[in-house]
Design a protein around this ligand. Sequence first.
Ligand SMILES: NC(=O)C1=CN([C@@H]2O[C@H](COP(=O)(O)OP(=O)(O)OC[C@H]3O[C@@H](n4cnc5c(N)ncnc54)[C@H](OP(=O)(O)O)[C@@H]3O)[C@@H](O)[C@H]2O)C=CC1
Ligand SMILES: CC(=O)C(=O)O
Ligand SMILES: [Mg+2]
Length: 415
Amino acid sequence: MPNIRQQALDYHEFPSPGKMAVCLTKPAKTSHDLSLAYSPGVAEPVREIAADPENAYRYTAKGNTVAVISNGTAILGLGNLGPLASKPVMEGKALLFKTFANIDATDIEVTNDTPEQFINTVASIADTFGGINLEDIKAPECFEIEKELIKRCKVPVFHDDQHGTAIVTAAGMINALEIQGKKIEEAVFVCLGAGAAAIACMSMLIKCGAQREHIYMLDRKGVIHTQREDLNEYKALFANNTDKRTLQDAIKGADGFLGLSGPNLLSAEDIKLMAENPVIFACSNPDPEIKPELAKETRPDVIMGTGRSDYPNQVNNVLCFPFLFRGALDVRAKEINDEMKVAAVYALAGLAKEPVLQNVLEAYPDVAELNFGAEYVLPKPMDPRLLPQIARAVAQAAIDSGASELTELPAGYFS
Ligand SMILES: NC(=O)C1=CN([C@@H]2O[C@H](COP(=O)(O)OP(=O)(O)OC[C@H]3O[C@@H](n4cnc5c(N)ncnc54)[C@H](OP(=O)(O)O)[C@@H]3O)[C@@H](O)[C@H]2O)C=CC1
Ligand SMILES: CC(=O)C(=O)O
Ligand SMILES: [Mg+2]
C-alpha cells in the first residue's frame, strides 16, 4: 500500500489522538440520575459488593472487561522499546476486543525494573477486571510472570503472544498440512525463535500430534541441542540430540517453517532446501522472516502465511483472543486451561473449511474469491462466525473441564 507510514500516523492522530474512548451505559442527565449513579445511590452496590464480591459482576462492568497489560519488552518484532511505546499496540488489542467480541478492554503499560514489580502491580489491580490479557512481554520472564499471576489472580490470566499465537498457528498448520497432503505426526518443523511465541506454538503443535523430535528450534545462537549449556529451562524442553547447528542444517528437508523471531532472517537459498510442498508461516510483525513475494517466487509449491493483514493467510493471534475471552468471560471461567485452548484450535481450523460469507469478501476488495486452499487456510478476522463458534467451543470446554462452575451453557448461548 502506498505511503502506509503516513496513513498509519494520520489514522492514529486524527480526528482525536489514539484509538479508543470511554462510552457510558447509564444516563447522567438529571439530579435523579446523579443521585443513582453517584451519591447517595452508589452506596447501595458498594454495600452489596462488600458483602459478597461476586456482586461486582452484577453491579459493575467487571464481567465484560479485560485489561491488556504490557511492559513493552517485546513489542511485536520491534524489540524492547519500553512500556509507553507499546501503547498503540495495546490500544489496538483493545480495539480488536471491542470490534470482534464487544469486550471492553483497557490498555495498561507498566514500567518495571524486575518481573516481581510487574507481577505485584498486575496482581494488585487484577480484581478490577474480568480477565487479564498479558501482551508483548519477552521470554523468559513472561513464563514466570504468567505462572505467578495465574496463581495469584482470581480472574483468568492469558499471555496472548504465547497461547493466542499458538492456537492460531496450530489451526493454520493443521489445515495447511492437510492441503499439502502431509500428516502432522510425520512432519518435520523448524522454528526460528525460542521465545514466548515460539515455545508456546511448538508446545501446542505437539498437543495436536507433532513429534517433539521432529521439531528443530533455533535462537540467535543457532539450533537448540542437547550439547548446549546456555539454555534456559524452557528452551531446554526443545533441545534435540542432533549434529545440526545452523538454520541451513535444520531446514534441509523440513515440511514446515515457523518464524517467531524477527524480520528478513530467512533467505531464498534457505527455503530451496525445504521438502516438497512446504508450509512457511513467517509470523514476525510487522516484517516477516521472509517476504511472501520472494517465498512464492522461489517455491511455487509453498503455502505461505504471515502475521499481517495485507497478505493471504494471516496467522495472527487476533483470530483467537477476542473470541476465546468472550467464551471464558461468559461462563465466568476461573482460568484458561489446555482443554479450552485446544477447543479453540479445532473450532478455528474447522471454520476455514466453511464457505466464505459475502461480507468477508467485501472486506477484501482486491480478492475475487476465497475458498479453503493454499491461499485460505484460516478464516479472516472479520468473519462473524468466529465469535459464536470459538466462544461456544471455549465456553463448553471450560464447563467440561471444570474451569467454570456452570454445568451447562447458558440457554441459547450463541446457538
Ligand atoms: N503473528 C502473530 O500472531 C505473532 C507474532 N509474534 C512475533 O514473534 C516474534 C517473537 O515474539 P515473542 O516471542 O513475543 O518475543 P520474545 O522476545 O519472547 O522472543 C524472541 C525470540 O526470537 C529470537 N530471535 C530474535 N532474533 C533472532 C535471530 N536473528 N535469529 C534467531 N532467533 C532470533 C530470540 O532469540 P534469543 O532467545 O537468542 O534471544 C528469542 O528466542 C516477534 O516478531 C513477534 O512479532 C509474536 C506473537 C504473535
Ligand atoms: C501479533 C502480536 O501479538 C505480536 O506480533 O506480538
Ligand atoms: Mg503481541
